[in-house]
Write a protein that binds this ligand. Structure first.
Ligand code: BES
Ligand code: MN
Ligand code: ZN
Length: 497
């Protein structure tokens, strides 16, 4: 979607007027009634500006000119605004056209923070997202906003707002590209495809990629990743990305290391999962998607930050060659792991991702994201990710970024007592406590070993957040969780907040 700017509404054929529910709402409705030739008391009666409320007006007799009043509710958060616009664009798709004007004049929307506009545009674009790309009619049935020539015109006092809106488009485009990848079935996104995706994105948006194939993984000693890959006919990939903005040389940039779990399908391996929900395990690369999306978006926006991304990627399959429960495997760090449960594969591949990052890049801050445990869903449900860190300042920033974006996180403990159960008689540690409790925490304690005591490390268990039910799909589908969270986090650092 392209962005345009006008200072006056004129006679635009399709206008969206967002309206807060506050003390000024009634007066605003009376004015809009005059502008759009409505009866004031009817407008007051039929539109309350509740969140997601939508009233369609036809101001000209015999004309198709449409004006949508869109309720924002009282004091919505940025996440609410995004959700409201996304819901609007999705549910009104049959009435929308590819040329739309968003009325963002101070007289209608008030003197609100510019970040609201980014969120609104972000939501409008996301509402055009199409889950059913494998349907035969998917090429004919596209949302008007997804047309190549679709144009969103921002009607506002200051042309600067065009840039603010553009950020919403860039964010949505990165998010939707990653939603496509997470929604893709595993027969369309082997680890090799993830690597190719990163390479193409790096070329297009300007960041460096280095991709290890199986031979290179063996050469580098990525034994933990290789052990999970053993049962799969598809080669693993170890994907490394590095982003630096162009043209900034005089300033020391914060270096942030991001590691994402890239399991393109998780059968559980020999400790096989039950079949009921196994198909959803195509989304077990949601952490990888968050990392890919954040780096692509940082490059699109040319954020002043130094990012390193690492994605260990493999399938976790059942096979005669697969790692068996009780096997002992090595790791890049040199520690040995007794594999009690082959379904606890995420932590095994992240072990290599984390220690490779620390040893070769030594970032100032290290954050990993993974659809790591069912346990975190049992603990926190589908409303936030589990956050694990010993760094209070990092916890505070990530929590604030979560509140700002609506991609929330909640901190859980990392006390050493939880590591007791990971002791192994025969290896340096085991990958599973064998107990049905505190599973998300012991998984985090496992990862901690491979960060080599990095003082500024945080782990986000996003198992409940990467793939969930929204209005876009009654079944679960990709959410792009983490991209806005991490981008907001990076912006807090950039602005010294
Ligand atoms: N990928 C799963 C975790 C998961 C579960 C993600 C549900 C999204 C939704 C992970 O690899 C896994 O299987 N974890 C096991 C660990 C256990 C065997 C220690 C789990 O949580 O059951
Ligand atoms: Mn698993
Ligand atoms: Zn998994």
């Amino acid at each position: 979607m392209k962005i345009n700017f006008v200072a006056r509404l004129n006679d635009s054929p399709l206008v969206i007027v967002p309206i807060f529910k506050n003390a000024a709402t009634l007066a605003l409705l009376d004015r809009l009634a005059v502008d759009f030739k409505q009866t004031p008391f009817l407008l007051r009666r039929d539109f309350k500006a509740e969140a997601k409320e939508c009233l369609l007006l036809y101001p000209e007799q015999g004309s198709d000119r449409k004006v949508f009043l869109l309720g924002l509710g009282a004091e919505p958060s940025l996440g609410d605004v995004l959700a409201i616009f996304r819901y609007f664009a999705f549910t009104q798709r049959a009435r929308l056209t590819q040329d739309v004007v968003l009325d963002w004049r101070v007289s209608t929307i008030g003197a609100t923070s510019t970040t609201y506009l980014t969120a609104a545009v972000n939501g409008l674009c996301l509402g055009g997202y199409q889950v059913g790309v494998h349907k035969a009619d998917s090429l004919f049935n596209i949302h008007p906003f997804k047309n190549a020539s679709a144009m969103l015109t921002i009607c506002a006092q200051h042309p600067y707002l065009q840039l603010v809106a553009q950020k919403g488009v860039e964010t949505a485009e990165a998010q939707m590209r990653l939603m496509d990848l997470v929604n893709a079935p595993s027969n369309f996104k082997q680890p090799r495809v993830l690597g190719e995706w990163a390479e193409a994105s790096g070329k297009q948006f300007g960041y460096k990629t280095t991709i290890f194939d199986k031979k290179k993984c063996i050469e580098k000693g990525l034994h933990a990743l290789l052990s999970v890959n053993q049962g799969s006919p598809e080669e693993p990939r170890f994907i490394i990305m590095e982003y630096l903005p162009t043209g900034i040389t005089n300033k020391k940039l914060t270096k942030i290391g991001l590691v994402g779990k890239g399991v393109t399908f998780d059968t559980g391996g020999i400790s096989i999962k039950s079949s009921t929900n196994m198909h959803k395990m195509k989304s077990d690369m949601g952490g990888a998607a968050a990392v890919l999306g954040t780096i692509e978006l940082a490059a699109r926006l040319q954020l002043p930050v130094h990012l390193i991304g690492i994605i260990p990627s493999t399938e976790n399959m059942v096979d005669g060659k697969a790692t068996k429960p009780g096997d002992v495997v090595g790791s890049y760090l040199g520690k040995t792991i007794e594999v009690i449960d082959t379904d606890a594969e995420g932590r095994i591949i992240l072990a290599d991702g984390l220690s490779y990052m620390v040893k070769n890049y030594n970032p100032d801050t290290l954050i990993d994201l993974a659809t790591l445990t069912g346990s975190v869903i049992g603990t926190l449900g589908y409303h936030c990710a589990g956050l694990f860190t010993n760094d209070d300042a990092l916890a505070a920033r990530l929590t604030l970024a979560g509140e700002l974006t609506g991609e929330k996180v909640w901190r859980l403990p990392l006390w050493d007592a939880y590591a007791e159960d990971l002791k192994s008689d025969i290896a340096d540690l085991s990958n599973f406590s064998g107990k049905p409790m505190a599973g998300a925490i012991s998984a985090a304690k496992f990862l901690e070993v491979f960060t080599d005591r990095h003082p500024h490390w945080a782990h986000l268990d996003i198992a409940g957040m990467a793939f969930s039910a929204t209005e876009l799909s009654p079944q679960q589908s990709a959410t792009a969780y983490g991209i806005r969270l991490l981008t907001a986090y990076i912006e807090l650092i950039i602005n010294d907040l």
